[in-house]
Design a binder for this molecule. Sequence first.
Ligand SMILES: Nc1ncnc2c1ncn2[C@@H]1O[C@H](COP(=O)(O)OP(=O)(O)OP(=O)(O)O)[C@@H](O)[C@H]1O
Ligand code: SF4
Ligand SMILES: [Mg+2]
Length: 326
Amino acid sequence: MSINEILLEVKGLKMHFPLTQGIIIQRQVGAVKAVDGLNFFIRRGETLGLVGESGCGKSTTGRAILQLYRPTAGQVLFEGQDLCKMAGERLRQMRRRMQMIFQDPYASLNPRMTVGNIIGEPMEIHNLAKGKEKQEKVQELLRVVGLNPYFSNRYPHEFSGGQRQRIGVARALAVQPEFIVCDEPISALDVSIQAQIINLLEELQAEFHLTYLFIAHDLSVVRHLSDRVAVMYLGKIVEIATRDDLYRTPLHPYIKALLSAVPIPDPTVEARRERIILVGDVPSPVNPPSGCNFHTRCPIAIPLCSEQEPAFVDKGVDHWAACHRV
Ligand SMILES: Nc1ncnc2c1ncn2[C@@H]1O[C@H](COP(=O)(O)OP(=O)(O)OP(=O)(O)O)[C@@H](O)[C@H]1O
Ligand code: SF4
Ligand SMILES: [Mg+2]
């Protein structure tokens, strides 16, 4: 296994949800272009942060990768094999290797199941363990995520938010996955607990050699834990770079604006910080703007921007951006 091995590659990924009208006869009148042509890869063992404003298509991207939604177009290559073309037993086998940790640890655990059954169920579904062996594995997993192994007969409501998220993590680990989509796993938690869950995810990554797609709302959350960061705007990725490159030398005006809003701890640098204010709201993914879909809010847009979509190209070393003016 080489350090640079690409585990997952996404090519031209689109996820459009049909918009229908009519009560008896449903007609399709349009589509929500939630994800509209993504290209990126994730190396084995790395964390790719995926950042963007609410509604830009982050969760849909995660779900389409795991085939929880079947994509409208494009390829999702896992070890070079296209998941979008798989079905039945073959897809089920691949699904074991990929898991998701959800944002809301209250809604994502079945309140009527014991913790032992929640964590043990995926092992049974994938024929990995049953009976006493399963119980032992559940206890081991509880220990791994920092919970008392004797809690397996309890129900989710008996736990705090942070503990429930640990249960969600244990459930994801139960099938020994290689790749995990962490969909805003800390944003529903108390600030005081967030760092603990981040630390846990980092420890588990090192111990089990996991690869993460880590979804977050804002750039500050993923800064610490990502190797590379991708930023989405309205269904598209506008820039991907190594963590240091993205925060030090952002290229795309959208990311420059996002970063300009973050205060800098050094008072002399802070005094010189220029805030770029974005005007207007994010347009609807049903009717995205022509050309570069950011042109309606971009402070440096030129006439070309509304006519032609900028290509997503490598502007340096592993530093991709889509902008006519970079
Ligand atoms: N099942 C669905 N059917 C129709 N539209 C959907 C569906 N799921 C998501 N959408 C729409 O697709 C767009 C992207 O949604 P998505 O949940 O992926 O965004 P997000 O970036 O995860 O947002 P958030 O930060 O709020 O979680 C939104 O406009 C949303 O309303
Ligand atoms: S392509 Fe044009 S509108 Fe889009 S980000 Fe670049 S300058 Fe702004
Ligand atoms: Mg989401």
